[in-house]
Structures are given as C-alpha cells and as structure tokens.
Design a protein around this ligand. Structure first.
Ligand code: PRP
Length: 184
C-alpha cells in the first residue's frame, strides 16, 4: 500500500467485479442500441477503459476535459471545458462516465451544455457517488459504489494530480492534504 494511503476502500478485485456488473447492466439496458460513452477526464480514464470493455454493444467513445477543483479537496464551484468533444452528439444516446459525483456541480453544468446539443438521451454513470456532499440536484443512473465523505484516491482519482495510477481506491491520509494546504 502507498505510504500516503490510510486504508484501502476497494481492492483491485472488488473494482473489477463491480465494473463488470455495471457493464452488464448497461449492455442489457441498451440492447440493440449504440450508445456514445463520454469520459469526463481526467479522473475517469481508468474506469472508462475498464467499463467499455465490460459492455457488449457497438458503442463509440469520446472525451472531454473539464476542471472544477484546482489543487485542493473542495470544489470551487467554477467549471471550465478545457477540451470539448470531437464529434456531434445530436440524436445519440449518451452515457456520461465519471469517476466521482461529489457536489454535483460539474455534472449540473455539463448536463446543460450537452442537452443543448440535442442528444436523443443522456444517462450518467459514476464509479463513486458521495450523495452526502451533493449541493446540486444531480442523480446518477449507474453507480459503482456509494461512499462516505472521505478523500479518496486511486483508480484514476487524484489528489494534486498524484495517485491516479494506484490500482485500488484508498483513503488519503489527512496529513497529506493538510500539509498541502499550508502556506509555503
Ligand atoms: C472531479 C471528478 C468530477 C468532479 C466531481 O474532477 O472527476 O468531474 O470532480 O465533483 P463535483 O460533483 O463536486 O463537481 P476534477 O475537477 O477533480 O478533475 P479530474 O477529473 O482531472 O481529477
């Protein structure tokens, strides 16, 4: 285990099993259709890679880079599209793929932007859901795990751009981000 991690919340094996279940559910729900999965980068890149391989449909993929946090643990409320989609989404069945749904601020903003482009449907799939922290009326259609309000890293999730490559999801030691918050 990484020295900055206090506790492993989900092991590689638990993640693998749950992602397969979510993929199977999406396969069943979208039978006969060709959804477009939109990965909201950067945090969702590992989940996206595993989820798409767990879905048996003729799907397509696209990517957006959206930023809301900066180098902290609390959402600033400001959302910026840093990289937009490559293709049109008009008439498509969208599944937005996120690593974590926290305040809901990012998705609240993004849903509006995407709806205006006239897709046939939009659903939201998040690996982690922290409903206790929600400040915007956003609900995910597919949730990997519902988690308490701890600061988690790994499997794509970062703190200050680090720890994304940990193969498990773990709780970050508070001393790491308390240290980060101190003036230098
Ligand atoms: C994270 C995550 C979501 C958002 C969720 O992204 O990937 O996009 O925060 O938080 P919210 O529900 O409070 O809006 P972040 O801005 O940390 O960027 P990253 O994906 O590059 O890690």
């Amino acid at each position: 285990m990484h020295q900055d991690v206090e506790q492993i919340l989900y092991t590689e094996e638990e993640l693998r099993r749950r992602v397969k279940e979510v993929g199977a559910q999406i396969t069943a729900d979208y039978y006969g259709r060709q959804p477009l999965l939109i990965s909201v980068l950067r945090g969702s890149y590992i989940f996206m890679a595993d989820l798409t391989r767990a879905i048996s449909l003729d799907l397509t993929v696209d990517f957006m880079v959206v930023s809301s946090y900066g180098a902290g643990t609390v959402s600033s409320g400001q959302v910026e599209i840093k990289k937009d989609l490559s293709d049109s989404i008009e008439g498509r069945d969208l599944i937005i793929v996120e690593d974590i749904l926290d305040s809901g601020n990012t998705l609240y903003y993004l849903m509006d932007v995407l709806k205006a482009r006239k897709p046939a449907s939009i659903r939201l799939c998040t690996l982690m859901d922290k409903p206790d922290r929600r400040t915007k009326p956003i609900t995910a259609d597919y949730v990997g795990f519902t988690i308490p309000d701890a600061f988690i890293v790994g499997y794509g999730l970062d703190y200050d751009e680090k720890y994304r490559n940990l193969p498990y999801v773990g709780v970050l030691k508070p001393s790491v981000y308390q240290r980060g918050a101190e003036p230098s």
